[in-house]
Design a protein around this ligand. Structure first.
Ligand code: ZN
Length: 417
């Protein structure tokens, strides 16, 4: 369909994730955005119509943390203890990948995400050359430029490179927005962390970081010892003159001025930092499949963060630490792992809170907002809406629209006769 045509979508039930739901009505879409929502169906309207009668309509899912550039590592790695050994495995396996395998896997696995309802992706992009491939994916995207650099000497050069990329893509707008991602507090120097924060502020980019993923991270920042030090030494980037800040990960980032507004990924080891995270407007991304894959016993205190008003989204993480990018599977794992969080809340994590975590306008269905929608065929009349995505067998969604365009192979509008 052409972007300026008004299209209406008929639905059985619409859950907007704003607190207002509708039964048997229609959503009008124009220029990629929701124009209006009504709780009746206009009879005999000649406008192009997508008939989703008998379907539950929701905002599209938000995969708030992934590494699409690592899709070709599917099945190549196993969990390792300490975690630093897994990182060394990833570095080795990643270095051995060839370009066509990397790109082919990226496109193949993006189909799994799409067919399981993801319309907005928050990805860590380590290799900017992949931008052209990511731009071919149908998703709305927040691409965080992933940056490492423990030696202080090249902090300025690394930060300048990131700023150059941000400037280059600033004017492009549209479906793709750039963000900045210092990899982790143990792999990025204080100087680089500070500079990246300034770049994010100056260019109004979201900034994200893997934070408090494993206890060894706290050990390293507090004592300067442990497996993380060994990792940096093995990689040849440790500086023996470096002195630890003697703080936990969240307090350390706060001391550097980096914590405010941060998109914190994992946050497994933050039990003593919950109020600080809430005060600094941190948003969080919980990765159920990856957390399960590593067999973590302590993981993000999602209930406590939600109770403090911290938006928590869901992410698949990469196929170097997850079996699949099937997002419906992540919903089910979240339910198993978060017994104190309801299905309705998990679906809010998968939509509105995920979008809030990424500082994106998606995640709700509202006039003026982007028309990123998914639909599930409904079963029996008595079903609660929030059971449907969990009980469709984890297969796939029945229809997807991104930016007002139905995504093939799902049906587009038909002229009413
Ligand atoms: Zn990650």
């Amino acid at each position: 369909m052409t972007a300026s045509v008004r299209t209406r979508i008929l639905f059985e039930k619409l859950v907007t994730m704003t607190g207002r739901d509708y039964e048997r009505g229609e959503v009008w879409v124009k220029d990629g955005r929701v124009e209006s929502i009504q709780d009746t169906v206009t009879p005999g309207n000649p406008a192009p119509t997508i008939d989703l009668t008998g379907h539950l309509l929701l905002p599209g899912f938000v995969n708030a943390h992934s590494h699409m550039g690592l899709c070709a590592l599917e099945g190549k790695l196993t969990p390792r203890t300490p975690f630093a050994d897994w990182i060394l495995d990833v570095v080795a396996a990643n270095t051995a990948l060839n370009w066509s395998d990397r790109v082919g896997a990226l496109h193949r696995h993006s189909q799994t995400m799409l067919s399981t309802g993801v319309t907005l992706l928050g990805d860590y992009l380590a290799n900017p050359e992949l931008l052209v491939e990511l731009a071919r994916l149908p998703f709305r995207q927040v691409l965080f430029l992933e940056t490492l650099g423990f030696p202080e000497e090249d902090a300025v050069a690394r930060a300048d490179r990131v700023e150059g990329l941000v400037q280059e893509h600033e004017s492009q707008g549209g479906r793709i927005r750039l963000g900045i991602a210092p990899h982790a507090p143990y792999s990025v120097s204080a100087k680089l962390l500070r500079r990246l924060k300034v770049i994010a502020q100056n260019h109004r980019c979201p900034i994200s970081c893997h934070v408090a993923e494993v206890p060894e991270e706290r050990e390293f920042l507090q004592t300067g010892e442990g497996p993380m030090r060994h990792l940096l030494e093995t990689r040849g980037v440790f500086n023996p003159r470096w002195r630890p800040p003697e703080l936990g990960p969240a307090a350390y980032l706060d001391q550097l001025g980096v914590l405010e507004g941060l998109v914190g990924v994992h946050l497994n080891d933050v039990a003593g930092d919950l109020d600080l995270l809430a005060r600094r407007n941190v948003t969080a991304v919980f990765c159920p499949g990856s957390t399960r894959w590593f067999g973590r016993e302590r993981y993000m205190p999602v209930r406590q963060l939600l109770d403090r008003g911290v938006p928590v989204g869901l992410g698949t993480d990469s196929l170097a630490s997850n079996e699949s990018l099937n997002f419906l599977r992540e919903l089910k794992l979240a339910e198993e792992m978060l017994p104190e969080v309801s299905r309705a809340e998990i679906l809010t994590m998968a939509t509105r809170w995920g979008a809030e975590a990424l500082h994106s306008e998606a995640g709700t269905v509202e006039p003026g907002r982007c028309a990123d929608l998914i639909a599930f065929r409904m079963g029996s009349e008595t079903e609660n809406w929030f059971d449907i995505p969990f009980e469709n067998g984890g297969r796939q969604v029945d229809w997807v629209m991104i930016q007002g365009n139905p995504v093939p192979p799902h049906p587009g509008p038909m002229e009413e006769s």
